[in-house]
Design a protein around this ligand. Structure first.
Ligand code: SF4
Length: 366
């Protein structure tokens, strides 16, 4: 029985196999079909300010966003959108509401995918024109559905509850696209409610088993409450193998959305490798400034790709026990800490050297 060493493997074994969906490509990024789950975000700059938008896209890409969505609001945005697409380090999704002609133009001007809510585009002939434009440019389309953009006949059906209307609308739109021989589809059905996000996406994965699902809780709130909502809903779904791409929407700097999304995938064992930091909540026994050191260690390791568990514990009561089960760790003492590696005590270090010594050991020994 192996009890020592990294416990990351054991944690990662807990989720169900990913649902196998039809793979589409957003630029060079695969979505669905078992591909790694791309984290998305959306710019909140003015799209007609190409410099500001590009600089935000670069920040999002640096944080780990694989795909970025950009709002194309009106004709005045199109030139700027085109130059943003040319310089973007990641593929861009043109986000279009209401005016189908903007989607057609965006497809010609460098978008790597289109996002439309067919329910707010108007007549289905207009949706068909967007489908044709996407076909001509070989782009996938994300079909968005929310309470404000249901399929007309389903919205009016009083026998259906709110979840059934969301799911039914998504199914109706997907069927419409399929009758036009268009299959490179991603579906998102969003609400601001955690439990409904879970139930709607579970239902979608059953009735549209081949369609990649874009997960997220919309209008989720601030970085604090929005993170809790998104993580609650998305972890439940991802643990069941549901979901092909995610966006954690927050009323905050979108870079924060990407950081939360990446960390969520990492702790679920679905993301890139990287250190997992295990830290104690501190208590009356803590005699070092643990909170500060955890923040410094987390920041220093944010781009590290080593698949290790790092324990940062406040004291020797539980500390060494936890630290021993990690790949590397420290357990605080009085103005000092003990450094452990692979279950063995390495040395005692003074408090002001905890962070540099730990980081140096990670760099040197892993
Ligand atoms: S590891 Fe020590 S300091 Fe941290 S919570 Fe447990 S007993 Fe308290």
């Amino acid at each position: 029985m192996e009890l020592r060493g990294s416990h990351k493997g054991a944690q990662n074994a807990g989720h169900s196999p990913r649902h196998k969906t039809h793979q589409v490509f957003v630029g060079d990024v695969p979505v669905g079909g078992g591909a790694p789950i791309p984290v998305q975000s959306m710019t909140c700059t003015k799209t007609d300010d190409a410099d500001a938008t590009l600089s935000q896209i670069k920040a999002l890409a640096d944080a780990g966003a694989a795909i970025v969505r950009v709002a194309v609001l009106d004709k005045g945005c199109l030139d700027s959108f085109e130059s943003i697409c040319e310089a973007s380090p990641v593929p861009l999704v043109a986000d279009i509401h209401f005016d189908y002609r903007l989607a057609i133009e965006a497809a010609k001007r460098g978008a790597s995918a289109l996002r439309i809510n067919p329910g707010n585009i108007g007549e289905m002939q207009k949706v068909d024109a967007v489908i044709e434009a996407a076909k001509n440019a070989s782009l996938p389309i994300r079909i968005g559905v929310n309470e404000g953009s249901l399929a007309k006949e389903i919205e009016e059906d009083t026998s259906l509850d709110a979840d059934e209307k969301l799911v039914g609308s998504a199914v109706a739109f997907v069927e419409h696209f399929r009758t036009r021989d268009f299959f490179d589809i991603v579906v998102s059905a969003k609400t601001h409610d955690v439990m409904r996000t879970i139930s709607v996406n579970r239902a979608l994965s059953e009735v549209l088993p081949n369609i990649p699902l874009h997960l997220g809780v919309t209008e989720a709130g601030s970085a604090f409450s929005g993170t809790i909502k998104n993580v609650s809903a998305l972890s439940a779904l991802l643990a069941e193998g549901i979901g092909d791409t995610i966006r954690v929407s927050l009323t905050a700097d979108p870079v924060e959305e990407v950081r939360v999304g990446k960390e969520l995938l990492k702790v679920l064992g679905l993301g890139e490798s990287g250190p997992e930091i295990v830290s104690c909540p501190t208590c009356g026994r803590t005699k070092i400034n643990l909170e500060k050191y955890v923040a410094q260690i987390e920041e220093a390791l944010k781009d590290c790709k080593k698949n290790i568990t790092v324990a940062v514990m406040g004291c020797v009561v539980n500390g060494p026990g936890e630290a021993r089960h990690a790949d590397i760790g420290i357990a605080g003492g009085d103005g000092s800490a003990i450094l452990f590696e692979r279950g063995e005590i390495v040395k005692k270090i003074p408090e002001d050297q905890i962070v540099p010594e730990l980081l140096a050991a990670i760099e040197r020994d892993f």
